[in-house]
Design a binder for this molecule. Structure first.
Ligand code: TYD
Ligand code: MG
Length: 456
């Protein structure tokens, strides 16, 4: 038997070291370097010598035109929101990782998907966390068809692959990758080496046998996929199911996708009947009270391939502190600092003795620059204690020179706003639509001072 080697691997970035160290010198994270037992040569063949390995075919060298392009079409998960995040459905033979904190609803959404898919194709649901009774009970309670879906309670990756080879499913769920283990590796399930090797094995299995595999991954406190950021290298799609425990809403967001666009957002609501998709997310994020308050405003952001209307709120108030606070929720703190500087220089508004709090309603995270103008408008509105028009939407990027820059897909954003009953919009000059939008007054601005004039 070949001698086992050990390496030291950072669980965050996957960098390898010859000896243990307290801080990873690649990503500078502390206490993430753990011992990793490199499996013996027999257990993990290098360079594609894979005969004798469950479900693996002999590798051969081909030119690109010899590659069989006869691809199976994508299939739908039955949830349009889920399909959208995947880039139009599941690609056969792809490895998908779905992450989320405990209780986010990963098992629920996958059980719903698989039970429905089982009606039309061969499916296998592998659970390592729950017993089969628990899964069956949940499916019955959710009123899902239970007579077609094949289930298996198992945690050994080799056994799962052997059984899958016999059952020949087109799609397989592994719940979750953290409890899976490979017999050849000594360390405990959930450790870096187990998770990394199990995921790599399953991914190879998916590719060679044209089985789409969806793996569930847990998320750590700070929101990254537990341990193995290293996992993201080998899988095809990585998606996150997010949502706070006190909110009904769950968002599904693509992080990496080899077969489609990333940053697509799918919105779901958790109900007593499991997860239901929300086809009109703007409507839920816009659920506002009756009175219009100062510092609050609706902006149009772009999520993946569609516009989303969300409310941004700002509170600017006199500060007792020597260093007034700058707090943002759902927006980048540096962006706020920059916009406050622009507001001072080009809008003549001094807030150095004021605390500034900014919040994007509904737990939405905005990473787009089109929120700049709306944020400034909210800040000024709160500072002046002057409410803005309830029927107003604002979007646009603000440059350091106080200029208002265009953002992509202006027309679609305006149409979405019009659909939700907004009647006035302040937009960058270059985003002014060529044809009129029914029932919408559009004010095109090219500088911050013009925008402030139009607003107040
Ligand atoms: P689950 O899918 O088990 O979460 P995960 O696998 O991501 O850890 O979902 C568990 C939560 O979902 C639980 O806290 C209760 C809630 N839930 C409902 O509200 N309604 C339902 O019909 C189901 C099945 C779960
Ligand atoms: Mg679960």
């Amino acid at each position: 038997m070949a001698k086992k080697k050990t390496a030291f691997v950072c669980s965050d970035c996957g960098a390898e070291f010859a000896r243990w160290q307290g801080q990873c010198s690649e990503c500078k994270a502390w206490n993430t370097v753990t011992e990793f037992r490199v499996p013996s040569a027999k257990a993990a063949p290098q360079g594609g010598v894979t005969s004798g390995y469950a479900g693996f075919v002999e590798a051969k060298v081909q030119t690109l035109d010899e590659v069989n392009l006869e691809q199976l079409p994508r299939f739908s998960t039955g949830f349009t929101e889920f399909d959208r995040v995947l880039g139009g459905g599941v690609v056969p033979g792809s490895a998908i990782l779905i992450g989320g904190s405990p209780g986010a609803g990963k098992s629920t959404v996958l059980l719903q998907t698989m039970c429905r898919l089982a009606e039309s194709m061969n499916t296998l649901y592998v659970t390592g966390e729950e017993s089969l009774q628990q899964v069956a009970m949940r499916a019955t309670r959710l009123g899902l068809p239970t007579n077609k879906l094949k289930t298996l309670a198992e945690t050994s990756v080799e056994t799962i692959c052997q059984l899958a080879l016999r059952e020949k499913p087109s799609i397989m769920v592994i719940d979750s990758i953290q409890v899976m283990h490979m017999n050849d590796i000594q360390s405990a399930p959930g450790s870096v080496s187990q998770v990394r090797e199990s995921a790599a094995y399953l991914t190879r299995f998916a590719k060679q046998n044209q089985v789409a595999i969806i793996m569930v991954g847990h998320v750590t406190k700070d929101g990254t996929l537990a341990g193995p950021k290293v996992l993201e290298h080998c899988i095809d799609c990585s998606i996150l199911l997010e949502g706070s425990a006190d909110s009904r809403f769950r968002t599904l967001r693509g992080n990496k996708n080899r077969f489609g666009a990333v940053n697509e957002l799918g919105v779901f609501a958790m109900t007593s009947q499991g997860l239901k998709e929300v086809s009109n997310p703007s409507a839920i994020f816009l659920n506002r009270g009756e009175a219009q308050t100062p510092g609050s405003l609706v902006m149009v952001i772009w999520e993946g391939t569609r516009p989303l209307l969300v409310e941004v709120q700002a509170l600017v108030d006199y500060s007792q502190l020597a260093n007034p606070r700058r707090v943002t929720v759902g927006l980048e703190q540096n962006r706020l600092a920059m916009l406050l500087a622009v507001l001072h220089r080009h809008g003549g508004l001094q807030v150095s003795d004021q605390d500034v709090f900014v919040n994007v309603v509904g737990g939405v995270k905005v990473t787009e620059t089109s929120a700049d103008l709306a944020l400034i408008a909210a800040l000024v509105s709160s500072f002046k204690n002057q409410s803005l028009d309830r029927q107003l939407v604002v979007f646009g990027e603000v440059g350091l020179g106080g200029e208002i820059r265009p953002v992509p897909s202006g027309q679609e954003r305006l149409r979405e706003a019009s659909k939700h009953g907004f009647t006035r919009a302040i937009v960058p000059k270059a985003n002014q639509p060529k044809e009129k939008i029914e029932g919408m007054e559009i004010v095109a601005v090219s500088s911050l001072s013009e925008a402030l004039e139009a607003l107040f």
